[in-house]
Design a protein around this ligand. Sequence first.
Ligand SMILES: C[S@@+](CC[C@H](N)C(=O)[O-])C[C@H]1O[C@@H](n2cnc3c(N)ncnc32)[C@H](O)[C@@H]1O
Length: 394
Amino acid sequence: MKIIILRGVSCSGKTALEHMVTSGETHLVNVPQLKDEAGAFHRYVTLVELTQALEAGDLRAVAEGEGDTFIVDTCIHAEKVVEAFPDAEITQVALVTSWPLLLARRRLRYILAGVRAGVVQNWPRSIRQATGFSGPNYVEQMTLPGVPTTWVDTSDYPWEVIPSERVRATLSPSYVQPDLGDPKELYQQALHIGGEWRGNDARIEFERGRQDVVLPEVCDGMAVMDIGCSEGGFLYEVLNRGAAYTLGVEIRDPQLDLMKRVRNGTYLPLSTANVNIDKHPLPSLTGAGGAEAQWDLILLLNILHRVVDPAAVLKGALSKSKQVVVEAPFYMGLSPCKPEGSHHPGTWHLPPAWVKGVAEANGFEVVSIAVGPHAQDQRLVYHLKWRNGNNGYS
Ligand SMILES: C[S@@+](CC[C@H](N)C(=O)[O-])C[C@H]1O[C@@H](n2cnc3c(N)ncnc32)[C@H](O)[C@@H]1O
């Protein structure tokens, strides 16, 4: 029998890993040690199951059932598992992320549990808890001595194995002004990072205008996902406006690398996800107790017209968020089509009536439709808000 023990401090990602494993989101976790030869995850034993078995006085009961390798989510019972299974081959997978991201995730957890963002921001307890385990000695405290260890960085999706020599630098990155390279090489967006405009100067006014049409004026404590985020321009701006945590979904490597460089150098609470949304579901947000939480805001800006199935992607976003903002080319019809004469030939144009229909079928209402500065004759910006079961008037 083989046992893989998960290790990691609070908010390092153990319960999120459980969620991804049990819901089959294998595109978000690239850890060969957790999979069998066919690529399927080994059987997962939750902390609750383990605690119940321990209380019933028979820890070995958790090993009954299919398969001879199982993953146990436990830091607190790790020694007891080792004691109870002297015959097993035991390894450990240790989840790590940088202390600024850990701090942000812990703050978000308090906010998701109902504590106001402003209180959490000024709450010494949250800062102490987040930084308490983040010094250099954290590495020694994290693992069971003598048990072979695989280190996994949970900062960005897919979560990846890292060599042990990279663990300390991952936990405590150095603060450096990020080198943005040559703006003309990369930036489609101008980037408002920490209140300072960087990158493509020629687009500052344009981006400022778009941000004001798309984003709430105040984003205090919000968790925001931007799908097809390019260089992350909208995420830096929601952070300027008070967001607690952000996730940028992209498929282009140079854009993903740039976001990680900015994040590592500035300590901004930003993660990236290298996910092809034509093929895979979106990452979830894990709240208190490991429960799936709703994102406060998901952005779908100038991306729906390029995907294979705009309805599937829009529904996926609506199922995970309380607000969704869509920016897309429109035409006056009933269902999406790829019209002649578009600025971007071969892309979908979405009728406002169709956007409204998909929103309403999924419990959302269209609270406004605006003309953005982007290709004014062709694009509209829709603000969609979850109705939370009411009739839209209360
Ligand atoms: C037209 S750009 C829009 C960028 C940004 N949302 C904006 O409005 O400034 C579309 C972005 O979506 C990304 N993208 C396209 N197809 C994608 C897919 N299937 N999965 C994830 N990202 C995708 C592209 O790499 C590109 O950065």
